[in-house]
Design a protein around this ligand. Structure first.
Ligand SMILES: NC(=O)c1ccc[n+]([C@@H]2O[C@H](COP(=O)([O-])OP(=O)(O)OC[C@H]3O[C@@H](n4cnc5c(N)ncnc54)[C@H](O)[C@@H]3O)[C@@H](O)[C@H]2O)c1
Length: 458
């Protein structure tokens, strides 16, 4: 079969895998190849157990794999044979040198640019899928334009807005697809080629086009605004606990204002995930770089409140449990940074687990999808940690249950049974406000929710 377009994606991660599986599924007339430097990851993509858990992803991959979707480690061949190259490699926060702890580490990104340059013998459209600092496209163009073969490269920015846990639906019915390009004749032509791919299933009016710098910046700002909502409601949850206002009532009251809107107003232990923190830090770094100190401080506050909320959660546990956690067994319900993913990157549960161990508590962790990652995250932690699949087993004999992830499963457990097998007095700390506090209280638990009056039997 001859394919209309040949598409490559470099980076087979949480973004590259699902995004390309969706393109392959929606466009059987295109041939899509995903490459990665990590051979284990590629072997997993080619196996029955995919490297990431995402509802609906298995079906999509099974329907397309080896039909028009291919996973490979042969990056050079991929570059040679494809005319459209998405780059979806990781862009973590830099851990060394100038900008350490703030700026994006672009080493994977630059390595990819040089590989594309080295192996290209025909014109390419290079699409930035990774989240990058503003003006990265310029650096990319500068590297690519040193081509000795006089190969033409057009660089586009096409940031990804999917959220883990709902990635397949987000990709299928996106709020928008954003494509940034140079406003030259060639830039506009490349932009149209990319828009044509999405137009196979995304309505044209949802495909937004901008200049390339607006596109790069919009992704950072989008994550900053989302995280800001979480930190805003979490900041108010602390005030609720002092004043006996109830954060759910406040959230409903403000969220019904159509200018504010109701989504993303659930108070919690805080946001996690690989993106929010790193992207805001990146924004803060950019602002400082351009001398905009006040703007940088403003956005940095979003991250500070997130750390504050996690520490506050641990302090509340400590105070409630008579100022000592030493030797107490505490069960964490969930370790993933959110429900419906096995991803634990920057999960608040990591911080809480480590702090509890510091307080010499014994920690029992359960999670339906994230236990393997939890083991890696806590491999160097000192103290006693157990990893248990079954939540009832995990909670048996514990002094407290702390809900870290809003898995639906944890709302549906038999809390009367959990109470019977708990050490008394029994405590629940609901870090996601998913339980009915009054019902748990009536069963005998002492219940501490976020931004609500504690319900205690003493
Ligand atoms: N995870 C999300 O929810 C999400 C959402 C939107 C955007 N993003 C952005 O997308 C980008 C990728 O994120 P992710 O979560 O998919 O990361 P990831 O770590 O899951 O995947 C990145 C992959 O790139 C591979 N890689 C690194 N360097 C390579 C190279 N030189 N050649 C080939 N492969 C290479 C890695 O081995 C890894 O498998 C990041 O910039 C992130 O900010 C992520």
């Amino acid at each position: 079969m001859t394919f209309e377009k040949h598409i490559l994606c470099i980076g087979a991660g949480y973004v590259g895998g699902p995004t390309m599986a969706m393109i392959a599924h929606q466009c059987p007339q295109y041939r899509v190849t995903i490459v990665d430097i990590n051979p284990d990851r590629i072997a997993q993509w080619n196996s029955d157990v995919l490297p990431i858990y995402e509802p609906g992803l298995d079906e999509l991959v099974k329907a397309t794999r080896n039909r028009n979707l291919f996973f490979s480690t042969n990056i050079e061949q991929g570059i040679r044979e494809n005319e459209i190259i998405f780059v979806s490699v990781n862009t973590p926060t830099k851990t060394f040198g100038t900008g350490a702890g703030m700026a994006a580490d672009l080493q994977y990104w630059e390595k990819t640019a040089r590989q594309i340059l080295e192996h290209s013998t025909s014109p390419k459209i290079v699409v930035e899928k990774s989240t990058l600092p503003v003006r990265t496209a310029q650096a990319m163009e500068r590297i690519l334009n040193t081509s000795q073969n006089h190969v033409r490269f057009d660089v586009l920015s096409n940031p990804e807005f999917l959220a883990e846990g709902t990635a397949i639906n987000d990709l299928k019915n996106p709020d928008r697809v954003l494509i940034g390009s140079r406003e030259t004749e060639e830039g506009l032509k490349a932009r149209n080629t990319l828009a044509e791919i999405y137009a196979n299933w995304v309505p044209r009016e949802k495909i937004l086009t901008t200049n390339i710098w607006s596109s790069e910046l919009s992704k950072l700002v989008s994550n900053a605004f989302l995280a800001q909502r979480v930190s805003s409601i979490n900041a108010i949850s602390a005030l609720c606990e002092k004043t006996e206002a109830d954060i759910s009532e406040v959230a409903r009251a403000i969220g019904t204002d159509s200018r504010i809107g109701s989504r993303f107003l659930n108070a919690s232990i805080g946001f996690g995930g690989s993106c929010f923190k790193k992207d805001i830090l990146n924004l803060v770094y950019l602002c400082r770089y351009y001398g905009l100190e006040d703007v940088a401080d403003y956005w940095e506050g979003v991250i500070k409140i997130n750390g504050y909320q996690q520490e506050r959660f641990v302090r509340n546990m400590l105070t409630a449990m008579f100022n000592t956690l030493s030797g107490k067994r505490i069960c964490l319900f969930g370790f993933a940074f959110k429900a419906n993913t096995g991803d634990t990157r920057e999960s608040p549960a990591i911080y809480v687990a480590r702090r509890l161990l510091e307080e010499q508590a014994e920690v029992v962790i359960t999670d339906p999808k994230a236990l393997d990652n939890a083991r890696i995250d806590l491999a160097d932690a000192r103290g006693t940690v157990h990893f248990v699949d079954d939540p009832y087993e995990a909670a048996r004999g514990c002094h407290a249950i702390a809900i870290m992830t809003e898995w639906a499963l944890y709302g549906e457990l038999d809390y009367a049974r959990l109470y019977r097998q708990a050490e008394k007095p029994a405590f629940i700390f609901d870090g996601r406000n998913i339980l009915d506090p009054r019902r748990c209280f009536e069963l005998g638990f002492n219940v501490f929710s976020i931004g609500k009056r504690p319900l205690t039997h003493f």
